[in-house]
Design a protein around this ligand. Structure first.
Ligand code: TYM
Length: 329
């Protein structure tokens, strides 16, 4: 069975972009892949979050993963920081990665833009190498991600190929899996910008655990154009195109069919239908989440997941250190 690996950073709360761009694919693919899905809590440290909030978000993330349909019998679920072999491999890969290639990462450039270098952490710069370690340590075949992570998976491939050439075949070369539709859900208030948990304007983001009536209002007040034609045209009609994408992904209807079905509808009528689908989704996730979060189910799942993940990761990390000539591995 081929292997799948992916993760989400628990900085802030999960939103509908995470759900459509990543989580739905984890769930769909867990049936046919040996799956490893984790909470990328070490990646959160790159922006120095509040420790108490981070702890809460980690638990919430696991609860949401499970509520969305990740099945611990099919998917190995764990916290990245508890698996010490990830940072162990990351150091070895950092010493085989170059400042030049990391400086070209667009996400780093965006996140460090307009900031004094004194306030940009070294972790933010080396973050893609830790991500490469997360992937390579499991010999993952596929990495389902949203469009913004493609460059990081490509870097991972380069790091792996370079290491294999220098030290002998060690890593499998992973492939990113990026859906044609929904790989970039946009902000509802600024549809030229990706929906993001670190958004200054929460009106543009639908959080999976938020109040459902609030979420409906956000859809109803999403920014659109004024020509009242429901047509998918990202360049000229980014707001309505984003709502069409959300509707299409939540209903599994293709975009042509959505356009056809709403050819005579007003924006208000269409937004109501999108809000209905969002309500259904949030209702379903939140009902399950409220059950899952009680008791020690989450801890049991994480303990089991860690045991399995650790075994595989340890073997790869030791193999790499042995090849590099350090220690007595
Ligand atoms: P993160 O936490 O920013 O996002 C997690 C996943 O959600 C996708 N995503 C979106 N997809 C569509 N529209 C959006 N608006 C949207 N926002 C986020 C992201 O593309 C991603 O797939 N570095 C990673 C976490 C990570 C990881 C890994 C991922 C760490 N190690 C190894 C895969 C493999 C990150 O910060 O994603």
């Amino acid at each position: 069975m081929k292997r799948l690996l992916s993760g989400i950073t628990p900085t802030g709360e999960l939103h509908i972009g995470h759900y459509i761009g990543a989580i739905t694919h984890f769930i769909e693919m867990q049936k046919s892949y040996e799956s490893f899905v984790f909470v990328a809590d070490l990646h959160s440290l790159t922006v120095n979050p509040d420790p108490k909030e981070l702890k809460e978000n980690i638990r919430k993330m696991v609860g949401v993963y499970l509520a969305c349909g990740l099945d611990p019998k099919q998917t190995c679920l764990f916290n990245q920081s508890e698996n010490i072999y990830h940072p162990m491999l990351s150091w070895a890969l950092e010493c085989n990665s170059y400042m030049g290639e990391l400086s070209r990462m667009t996400q780093y450039k965006e996140k460090s833009q307009n900031k004094q270098s004194e306030s940009v952490t070294c972790g933010l710069f080396t973050y893609p190498v830790l991500m490469a370690s997360d992937i390579l340590i499991y010999d993952a075949d596929v990495v389902p991600v949203g469009g913004d992570q493609k460059q990081h998976v490509e870097l991972t491939r380069n790091i792996a190929e370079r290491f294999n050439n220098k030290y002998g075949t060690t890593f499998k070369i992973p492939n990113p899996v990026i859906a044609e539709s929904g790989a970039r859900i946009m902000d509802l208030q600024n549809p030229n910008k990706k929906m993001s948990k670190s958004d200054e304007n929460p009106k543009g983001v639908i959080f999976l655990l938020e109040d459902i009536q609030k979420a409906r209002k956000k859809i109803m007040s999403a920014v659109t154009d004024s020509d009242n034609v429901i047509k998918y045209d990202v360049a000229n009609k980014p707001g309505i195109s984003n709502l069409i994408t959300i509707y299409s992904c939540l209903t599994n209807e293709n975009i042509d069919n959505v356009e056809e079905a709403f050819a005579n509808a007003s924006y208000g009528e269409f937004k109501t239908k999108v809000a209905d689908e969002v309500e259904k989704l949030l209702q379903n996730i939140q009902t399950k989440y409220n059950e899952i979060i009680k008791g020690d189910y989450i801890d049991n799942v994480l303990d089991e997941g860690l045991k399995r993940a650790e075994k595989i990761a340890k073997e790869k990390a030791y193999d790499v250190y042995k090849k590099l000539g350090v220690g007595r591995y």
